[in-house]
Ligand binder design. Structure first.
Ligand code: ASP
Ligand code: MG
Length: 404
């Protein structure tokens, strides 16, 4: 069986007209003789409004009831899609997770898909039906309804593709694909035709919000080809696949920038073993994610300066924790909210010397000061003043020939 999983995000099913459009897209795959498994998210805004309702009922709304409540948006969307297909003379039905079942493990609100029972869906596919599966939800081993975390219908789609050995998983959304950089910030941004899982993971964890990073990781581990495309315009999207499927002709595939980073500098920290550990231990115990870190060499052998970044939403907590930390001594603490991390990403840089230099030179030419640097195998990140973000994106996009 040639199986394809089609996943529709909230905006793609956001109105009745859009749902009718989705049904037409599904029909095209049927014409091409695919066996189709559809996964839908809730109509846009629905999950948020359900969560709001839970807050009005109680600030400590029960986790298990939360899952029953917020998973209901998907039920609505799925029945509307299936009923539209039926209206068009196509055999279809909706499937809630417990009916398949899709079983999950882990806590309510944040469960993980463990197993998908293939029996009923396989039979239905063989009979020529199109199952429309509710994303985001599951049933746990206590037979309670569960949900798998915000944005989780991506994960439902990837897991269905994995269990049913689908040829491809297509993620329909409101953008045409993955871009070389945020098109809202740079109008020269270009749609990327193919990108590796590794690059996509870097792009998405750095701010390109096209897909859930955990789902990309699952797709990578299971070698599932993903295509991201728009349900509004009929154009090829972006294929996310393994590196060996890609012929690289560019050193850099994409450039990302972050929105909500803050910089913390401790001036005059005593330079002795264990200091960094005693600074970062209480932060990690409070689930504060420290990202970039630099420590200067100490000029006098006694004191050093330490700079790191955290998410801006964690800044106040970070300040408090450091001020209450009696183990460490420092002279002064400085904070800066208006910073952004700009990263160039590309598998191509592994085999190309001089990329770091080119990045720094391109920024220097625009008189952009680099505050912190960090690198990994396929990524170089710099921290810059937020007011320089657009200038930096423009310069780097041109330097690495992404404009063309
Ligand atoms: N409807 C759920 C949410 O808004 C799941 C999803 O959109 O993937 O988080
Ligand atoms: Mg969504």
């Amino acid at each position: 069986m040639k199986i394809v999983v089609l996943k529709f995000g909230g905006t793609s099913v956001g109105t009745i007209d859009k749902i009718k459009k989705v049904a037409k897209i599904i029909r095209e795959y049927k014409k091409k003789k695919f066996k189709i498994i559809v996964v839908s998210s809730a109509m846009s805004g629905v999950t948020n409004s359900l969560i709001k309702k839970s807050n009005y009922i109680s600030e400590n709304f029960s986790d298990s009831e939360y899952d029953v409540l917020v998973s209901s948006g998907e039920q609505v969307a799925c029945s509307l899609i299936a009923a539209r297909l039926i209206h068009m003379g196509i055999r279809s039905r909706s499937w809630l997770s417990w009916q398949i079942p899709i079983t999950t493990i882990g806590p309510h609100k944040n469960s993980k898909i463990d197993q998908i029972n293939k029996i009923k869906i396989t039979k239905y596919l063989k009979e020529g039906g199109i199952p429309v599966v509710a994303g985001f939800q599951g049933i746990n081993y206590n037979e309670r309804v569960s949900t798998i975390g915000r944005g989780g219908s991506d994960a439902t789609a990837i897991m269905l593709a994995r269990f049913f050995k689908a040829e491809r998983c297509i993620i329909y959304t409101d953008v045409e694909g993955v871009y070389t950089t945020d098109p809202n910030k740079l109008n020269k941004a270009k749609k990327i035709k193919v990108i590796s899982y590794e690059e996509m993971l870097e792009m998405s964890s750095l701010g390109a919000k096209v897909m859930q990073p955990v789902s990309i990781q699952d797709a990578r581990l299971n070698r599932i080809n993903i295509e991201v495309k728009s349900s509004f315009v009929n154009k090829p999207g972006t294929l996310i696949t393994k590196k060996s499927n890609i012929g690289y002709n560019k050193i850099i595939t994409g450039i990302s920038s972050t929105q909500n980073d803050s910089k913390v500098t401790l001036v005059g920290v005593k330079d002795k073993p264990g200091v960094a550990a005693s600074i970062f231990k209480p932060l990690s115990e409070n689930s504060i994610n420290v990202d970039m870190v630099v420590q200067n060499i100490s000029a006098n052998g006694k004191e050093t300066d330490l700079t790191f970044t955290v998410k801006t939403e964690d800044l106040n907590k970070t300040k408090k924790i450091i001020k209450n930390n009696r183990i460490i001594n420092f002279r002064k603490i400085l904070f800066e909210k208006e910073v952004s991390k700009i990263s160039i990403i590309g598998v191509g840089m592994v085999t190309t010397p001089g990329v770091t230099f080119r990045m720094f030179q391109a920024l220097a030419n625009k008189k952009i000061n680099i505050q912190v640097i960090s690198t990994s195998e396929i990524k170089i990140s710099v921290l810059v003043d937020k007011k320089n973000v657009n200038k930096a994106l423009t310069a780097l996009h041109r330097e690495f020939k992404l404009d063309k």
